[in-house]
Design a protein around this ligand. Structure first.
Ligand code: ADP
Ligand code: MG
Length: 266
């Protein structure tokens, strides 16, 4: 178990928060994730890159429990979580923003955030039922909800229906919904897909700002952004880790250049 350490690059990192061992997912004959050993330290900003179909989303699905592993193990904070349900993993501190939206369009901004905050309360069993109970049944919940809404800058829109929000505000709400579960580790799968350059920058700024004290695992196709933001980068190719290291390591890696970057980075 690593104590507080500092890498040679001067990146401050903590002890291991997430570890996978021989993590493998097969769909029939096809191996989408192949013997992946991943180690992420507390406080790290780690990006996962790789061509389409490399297995990035599948890897996330194995970490969050959305998919069952074929082989291998997942550890979170030194506990094995390989067979825990997705909601148990959220309760442990693994938050996730889906490539497909995870907000309820018919509910208000406030209701969406409160629902997410309540979903991690251990003493509650039925989240949907809880939503329609008087809010004073959950002391502290309203404060937490307000705080999250403020942190993502949606105060003025708190009573709006999520469906009525502009695109950028919806993304803000998605980040708020993740934040409301109070995660230690957050996984973002292409949060800027389909965004303009300005929207992309605004979204990344928001993610960095509101999640600054947490560990981030980001799948992102914008290489420049990845090079700019990441402490470390993991390159996946055909389900396997092709390379791993600092942005400089990755930019200088000939194998990565050949297999993926196509000489984009000199
Ligand atoms: P990435 O996110 O890197 O683009 P994915 O993890 O989505 O890649 O997919 C990796 C490979 O696994 C792809 O070839 C994809 O077609 C395949 N795959 C993903 N999910 C399934 C599934 N549920 N059933 C069968 N094949 C799948
Ligand atoms: Mg994907």
């Amino acid at each position: 178990m690593a104590l507080e350490t500092r890498t040679t690059e001067g990146i401050e990192t903590g002890r291991t928060i997430l570890r996978t061992e021989g993590l493998t997912k097969r769909f029939g004959q096809f191996t989408a994730v192949d013997q992946v050993d991943l180690e992420v330290r507390r406080g790290e900003f780690r990006s996962i890159i790789g061509p389409n179909g490399a297995g990035k989303t599948t890897l996330f699905n194995l970490v969050t429990g959305a998919l069952r592993t074929t082989e291998g193990s997942v550890y979170f904070d030194d506990d094995e979580i390989t067979s825990l349900s997705p909601s148990d993993r959220v309760r442990r501190g693994i938050g996730r923003s889906f490539q497909i939206s995870n907000i309820f369009g018919g509910l208000s901004v406030r209701e969406n955030v409160r629902l997410a905050a309540q979903s991690v309360e251990r003493d509650r069993y039925n989240v949907l039922e809880a939503l329609f109970k008087p809010t004073d049944r959950y002391p502290g919940m309203n404060e937490r909800t307000d705080e999250v809404i403020e942190r993502v800058g949606l105060e003025a829109l708190a009573e709006e229906e999520a469906d009525a929000l502009a695109y950028g505000d919806k993304r803000r709400l998605e980040i708020g919904v993740v934040l409301a579960t109070d995660p230690d580790l957050v996984l973002f799968d292409e949060p800027t897909a389909g965004m303009s350059v300005e929207e992309t920058q605004a979204t990344i700024d928001l993610i960095e700002r509101v999640l600054e004290d947490r560990t981030l695992l980001l799948i992102e196709h914008d290489i420049e952004l990845v090079m700019d933001l990441s402490d470390r980068i993991t390159v996946l190719n055909r389900g396997e880790i092709l390379a791993e290291g600092t942005p400089d390591d990755i930019a200088a890696n000939r194998e990565v250049q050949e297999a993926y970057l196509g000489g984009m980075i000199e």
